[in-house]
Write a protein that binds this ligand. Structure first.
Ligand SMILES: C[S@@+](CC[C@H](N)C(=O)[O-])C[C@H]1O[C@@H](n2cnc3c(N)ncnc32)[C@H](O)[C@@H]1O
Length: 249
């Protein structure tokens, strides 16, 4: 193959990769704000910490302390689904053995910000495995997980996306795995009126971001994907998101 052909082939491949990456977050356009890529300047200014919901220290530590209380140990394999810029991830990476933390997110700019956070925290050597993916293809990590966590993801997704996430997660769960997810709770299924959650005064709706749903709806989605949901409820979240544990029955 001539040099010209090779160069043109390579730049074609890189255009395709870029197109795939650019496309990926746009899947969420009209669903939630996470299709928007932060600029390098915004990341340098720490904007990613606000973009993922703020309360960086508090909600980061909360996730970590919660999973530790649920039995997470340094040798466990953990996946953080919709890891964002590692608000919780930094704590997990510090605690876990090298190569045990896995994070997936749809937004490439947040994964860039996550790499910067790891560097600044002196954790670059801990081999955190980060992936940009728009289909919850968790099997691409090529491992199974003892623990999974997803904080403030289902609060930003339609139910069909939640099903895709659960289906992707089930493939990488064993009989012992536990997947913890947060959601804004509605008092009963098909709750079509907005709900104001206290503390914080956050307003959620049935069919637009940010979303609420009932535990029974979560249970039904879980069962459709071969999982079983257990209500944990209050776990100290400052805006009253509730926690559910999902397991293979
Ligand atoms: C509120 S932030 C929470 C991030 C992180 N869990 C934390 O606690 O900081 C929501 C995250 O969900 C990610 N997200 C939204 N839609 C997604 C999708 N369809 N697939 C994967 N990640 C998604 C966003 O990019 C963002 O990082």
């Amino acid at each position: 193959m001539g040099l010209k052909t090779l160069v043109s082939k390579l730049s074609g491949a890189s255009r395709k990769n870029k197109a795939e990456k650019d496309h990926s977050a746009h899947v969420m356009q009209g669903v939630n704000p996470y299709w928007r890529k932060l600029t390098a300047g915004e990341i340098a200014g720490g904007e990613h910490r606000t973009f993922v919901g703020g309360e960086w220290e508090q909600i980061g530590k909360l996730q970590f302390e919660f999973l530790k209380a649920e039995g997470l140990e340094p040798h466990h394999n953990l996946v953080d689904v919709a890891c964002g810029a590692l608000r919780g991830g930094l704590h997990f990476v510090r605690y876990l053995e090298s190569g045990r933390y896995h994070g997936l997110d749809i937004n490439a700019s947040l994964i860039e910000a996550a790499r910067g956070e790891l560097e600044s925290a002196g954790l670059a050597h801990k081999d955190a495995r980060l992936m940009v993916n728009d289909k919850f293809e968790l099997s691409r990590f090529e491992t199974s997980f003892d623990y999974g966590i997803s904080v403030s993801l289902f609060t930003h997704l339609y139910m069909n996306h939640i099903v895709r996430c659960l289906a992707g997660m089930r493939k990488v769960m064993t009989q012992e795995s536990r997947f913890y997810v947060t959601y804004f709770e509605a008092p009963e299924p098909v709750h079509l009126e907005p709900i104001t959650h206290e503390p914080g005064g956050y307003v959620t709706t049935y069919d637009a971001n940010p979303f609420h749903c009932a535990f029974d709806e979560m249970q039904s989605l879980a069962r459709q994907t071969g999982l079983e949901a257990r209500q944990i409820g209050d776990w100290g979240h400052p805006r009253n998101q509730k926690m559910i544990c999902l397991e293979r029955p």
